[in-house]
Design a protein around this ligand. Structure first.
Ligand code: C2E
Ligand code: MG
Ligand code: MG
Ligand code: MG
Length: 292
């Protein structure tokens, strides 16, 4: 009867909930060890300037290489770390790694790129964030502008005044400020106007078109024009196909990132790309001097 059906339903729900709680507890129990054991890895996804198809930067995306569970993606653990506060430690670790990589590559003579790091809402509420970030870039002798700070649009919705103050200070220090996932649903145009910002990173849905009904070219065009007026650069993220690249190129986006170019990869794989580029340019120089 009905009672039996519901009973079964609740039992299944109970199991699911219990499973989820156990999973969360296992993550909490292992996160500190994971950090000290080097299980958190920095993956980098290249970002290209559309105008000349040049690799100009990369986004740092964390991965957790767990000894039993294998490679874990951020959606599995970042939301939990944002709740329990561990995100602050993890992000500082990623920022440090990003700067260490930039310094190493500068020393090897590759053309300098920037690295965009994700900054969570909890990070911006930390009153020491500017000291922490300045300390990190100084430790490696880097200018702050080599680090782009990606702040997700929704981070601006709560206590916007406090956030704006902190972000303004970071920008004055020379960090490049990117608004991540722009258009994902929270910010008003009025708020955008008050934000200290350098770069607008379009939410993937503008690039890919929403399932079923694609976001009109008109809306995309309008956002890019608005960004132009505000002197912001525009990054199209989630570019997966040539058609999507053509679309964002026509619209006037400045940079593109997505599987069409490359998936996020370990640092040494991105280094290989930079090496190739260096070799290519040396070859070009040689050709020029041979045939003046
Ligand atoms: P996000 O910052 O918006 O990063 C973009 C996400 O889209 C990444 O997922 C990336 O791998 C994925 N992506 C890139 N190109 C494509 C594409 O062409 N198609 C599709 N479908 N996806 C693409 P990922 O690495 O799983 O990260 C998910 C989210 O987790 C990030 O979204 C960011 O909010 C958060 N996150 C990742 N790493 C960190 C971190 O170190 N710190 C913090 N606080 N958050 C992080
Ligand atoms: Mg991001
Ligand atoms: Mg994004
Ligand atoms: Mg995001």
């Amino acid at each position: 009867g009905i009672k039996g059906q519901y009973g079964k339903h609740f039992a299944a729900y109970d199991d699911k909930l219990r499973g989820e709680l156990l999973r969360q507890q296992a993550i909490i129990d292992s996160m500190e060890t994971a950090l000290s054991d080097g299980q958190f890895l920095i993956y980098l996804q290249p970002k290209y300037r559309i105008r000349d198809n040049k690799l100009v930067g990369a986004e740092a995306l964390v991965r957790w290489n767990h000894p039993e569970w294998g490679l874990q993606f951020p959606d599995e653990f970042i939301p939990l770390f944002e709740k329990n506060g561990f995100i602050a430690k993890l992000d500082q670790f990623i920022w440090d790694k990003a700067c260490a990589i930039l310094k190493e590559w500068d020393d090897r003579g590759y053309l300098p790129i920037s690295i965009s790091v994700n900054v969570s809402r909890a990070d911006i509420y930390n009153i020491n964030i500017s000291e922490i970030l300045m300390g990190t870039v100084r430790r490696y002798g880097l200018r702050p502008s080599r680090l782009h700070l990606e702040i997700t649009e929704s981070a601006y919705t709560e206590q916007p005044c406090q956030i704006i103050e902190t972000v303004r200070r970071l920008r004055e220090l020379g960090f490049v400020i990117e608004m991540d996932d722009f258009g994902s649903g929270y910010s008003s145009l009025n708020m955008l106007n008050q934000m200290p910002l350098d770069i607008l990173k379009l939410d993937m849905k503008f690039v890919q078109g929403e399932t079923g009904k694609s976001v009109g070219q008109g809306i995309l065009q309008t956002i890019v024009e608005l960004a132009r007026r505000m002197r912001l650069s525009v990054v199209a993220e989630g570019v997966e196909t040539k058609e999507q690249l053509d679309r964002v190129t026509e619209t006037g986006c400045d940079y593109a990132q997505g599987y069409y170019f490359a998936k996020p990869m370990p640092a040494q794989d991105l280094e290989a790309l930079l090496k190739d580029r260096k070799a290519e340019e040396r070859q070009k120089e040689d050709e020029c001097s041979e045939h003046p």
